[in-house]
Structures are given as C-alpha cells and as structure tokens.
Design a protein around this ligand. Structure first.
Ligand SMILES: Nc1nc2c(ncn2[C@@H]2O[C@H](COP(=O)(O)OP(=O)(O)OP(=O)(O)O)[C@@H](O)[C@H]2O)c(=O)[nH]1
Ligand SMILES: [Mg+2]
Length: 224
C-alpha cells in the first residue's frame, strides 16, 4: 500500500496526477472541481470547511451543529471548488451522485478513534472509488492531532494507517496499488492549511508547468 505522509510528501509525477473531474452544477455557470468531505459524526468535517474557507476561529467550531444533510460549498481558490460537507451517515448509495464526479475524497478520522467503525466506512468508500473512479485522490485527515502528545500522536497515526492497509489487503491484493495519502491535521495549527494545500496542489493541472517556468525564470534572472 503506497502511503504518503504529509510531512514527507512530495508532489506526484505527472502521469500519476489524478485526472480532473470538473462538473458544471445547474445553479452555477462555473465548472467546479468537486471534493467530498466524509467521516464519522463529530470527526471535524464542518470545522475543517469553516476554518479553511469561512474564517471561523477554531474555538468557535465547538458551537457547530451536526450536519443533517449534504451541504455544497462553492469556494473560489486558484481553481473553483465545490466542497460537499456530508453527514456522518452518508453512504455511496445515498450520496446522490456517482463517485466519478469527484476529484478528491477527504476522509476525516478523529486521531483518538482507533476502532473499527471509521476504518470500515473509509474502506467502503475506497473500494467503491476503486471500481467507479480509480483516478480519484484519496486523502485521509487524521484529525484533532493537537489533542495528543507527540509519541501518542505518531503511534495512533501509524495504527490508523496500518489498519486501513491491512483491511484493504485482506480484501484483495489488487488494492495494494492504491495511493492513499495520510495527513495529521488540527484546526488549532497550520497543519490543516498545509494538508489542504497539498490536496489542492494535486488538482491544479498546470502547476508543474508553472513551477518549471518559474525555475527557468529564476535560472536566467538570478539577480531578480
Ligand atoms: N481538539 C479539536 N477539536 C476539534 C478539531 N476540529 C473539530 N473539533 C471539534 O470537534 C467537534 C465536532 O466538529 P464538527 O465540525 O461539527 O464535526 P463533523 O464531522 O462536521 O460532525 P457531524 O456534522 O456531526 O458529522 C466540535 O466540538 C469541534 O470543536 C480539532 O482540530 N481539534
Ligand atoms: Mg458537520
């Protein structure tokens, strides 16, 4: 199982970049890249969306109410996004859209939640995406990381990763090829912004070319 850790992650080669699934919604003339935000109840999905895109102070996330139905947020970053904040009981069937419409799944797991339930839910979505949309980016935010001391943080992170990998391998050896990216995140520090920025980088198709152009520019104009 290929896994990338946020702190050591490097950008994937061009041929491994997910193909962009850009869809136009009826209420909006802009083609938006869709991101699914999934996870168990109180994992922190809405907090992540609100802190990143609505400038909600992290402490105020305490007052957020449970999400009862899918809420679609339009966000204009470098590329226009549509982020689907889902209730905890969302399944592949109840999603109301095929997984082929999405470019990325961000699955949020509370770092203290080492039990079966979140892993089973994550695996259910991974398996469905493997057949419906193998190009989808699978990102796991091991969230509320600031709650644990450094050693426990690393240990829980490792265990969550190992359990997901073991479960997938038990189901089929072909899942070994799947690329899963794990990130340690918290709304209380920069880790959430860093993780989301890595997710976004993969979605900007022109980024490698821009980087290359800037490198050339710096090489020919070293004095600038
Ligand atoms: N310590 C800590 N608490 C967090 C963090 N992110 C969210 N929370 C808390 O987690 C609780 C649940 O957050 P929500 O954002 O409502 O979680 P959700 O996944 O949207 O929950 P549902 O809508 O019920 O599925 C709130 O009390 C937040 O304050 C974090 O990074 N660290
Ligand atoms: Mg919510």
């Amino acid at each position: 199982m290929a896994a990338n850790y946020s702190s050591t992650q490097s950008s994937s080669p061009l041929n491994q970049r997910p193909k962009l699934n850009v869809h136009r919604s009826s209420s909006d003339s802009v083609a938006r890249t869709k991101i699914l935000l999934l996870g168990l109840r109180r994992a922190g999905k809405t907090s992540i969306q609100q802190v990143l895109f609505n400038n909600l102070p992290p402490k105020q996330t305490f007052y957020l109410e449970t999400t009862m139905r899918i809420v679609k947020h339009h966000v204009d970053t470098v590329i226009p996004l549509e982020i689907w904040d889902c209730p905890a009981n969302t399944t592949v069937e109840s999603l109301g859209a095929p997984l082929s419409q999405f470019s990325t799944i961000i699955f949020v797991i509370d770092i203290r939640d080492l039990y079966n339930q979140p892993i089973s839910k994550l695996v259910e979505f991974i398996v469905a995406s493997y057949s419906e949309n193998p190009d989808i980016s699978l990102e796991v935010f091991v969230h509320k990381a600031e709650k644990l001391q450094e050693d426990d943080k690393i240990e829980n992170f490792r265990q969550i990763h190992e359990r997901v990998s073991d479960r997938l391998l038990d189901m089929s050896p072909e899942y070994e090829q799947m690329q899963l990216n794990f990130h340690l995140t918290s709304v209380y520090d920069h880790s959430l912004h860093e993780a989301f920025s890595r997710v976004l980088h993969k979605l900007i198709e022109s980024l490698p070319y821009l980087e290359e152009l800037l490198n050339v520019f710096c090489a020919v104009r070293p004095d600038q």
